[in-house]
Design a protein around this ligand. Structure first.
Ligand code: CTP
Ligand code: MG
Length: 189
């Protein structure tokens, strides 16, 4: 039982670390819309470059809001028993830089996935497992690593990365199902 509890804490603290990316990836459903990033332009194949699901508002606003929401989380990690006793990590001295990089990376990864989806004939909103679930974590981790490498390696240990890659797809599907039931999302995935 004690071992199970320890393992659960390790898993939860790994997912906790990804919250700037998770928040940034969820927020465009609420704050997105308006002019699309590709400005309606088509690629050589006659299909949209990215499609109407990737907007400037989502790309620019969501990472900033994710940083704002990471602020209280950073405080919780530094000042409450969540961090002090249970080991939920903070994002380092320059937490806002890392949080912003992860948030922007998440949406950049998501937009790049849309580019590949359009090139492979998948329409906006069409399901593409597991890339819909993994695009944003690849982008978030890459941007985080490039921006604050030392902090990144101290925080994202191999076991935490394993937890993140294995559990994010299930979490993503669950959150999207909730968003769909709430009427925020058009598709349940
Ligand atoms: N969104 C946005 N701007 C972004 C990313 C997302 O406005 N940069 C909004 C869009 O309303 C989008 C929704 O968030 O429909 C959900 O994002 P996602 O599931 O990634 O987009 P899809 O509509 O499924 O499009 P795609 O097939 O291109 O992934
Ligand atoms: Mg996507």
């Amino acid at each position: 039982m004690a071992v199970a509890g320890e393992l659960a804490l390790i898993a939860l603290s790994a997912l906790w670390l990804m919250l700037p990316a998770y928040l940034s990836n969820m927020l465009p459903v609420i704050v997105g819309g308006g002019p699309p990033i590709d400005m309606g332009k088509k690629w050589r194949d006659g299909k949209r470059m990215l499609g109407d699901g990737k907007t400037w508002r989502g790309l620019l606003l969501a990472p900033l809001l994710a940083v704002l929401l990471t602020w209280p989380l950073q405080w919780v990690a530094l000042h409450t028993r969540w961090g002090l006793e249970w080991g939920f990590p903070a994002w380092g001295d320059q937490w806002f830089v890392l949080a912003y990089a992860m948030g922007l990376g998440a949406l950049t990864g998501d937009a790049m996935e849309s580019f590949v989806k359009r090139r492979t004939g998948r329409d906006r909103g069409e399901k593409w497992f597991p890339w819909d679930q993994l695009d944003f974590i690849i982008g978030a981790l890459l941007f985080g690593f490039l921006t604050r490498p030392a902090t990144f390696f101290a925080l994202f240990t191999p076991e935490r990365l394993l937890v993140i890659v294995l559990l994010t797809p299930a979490l993503h599907l669950l959150v999207n199902l909730i968003g769909y039931k709430l009427g925020l999302k058009k598709e349940p995935w």
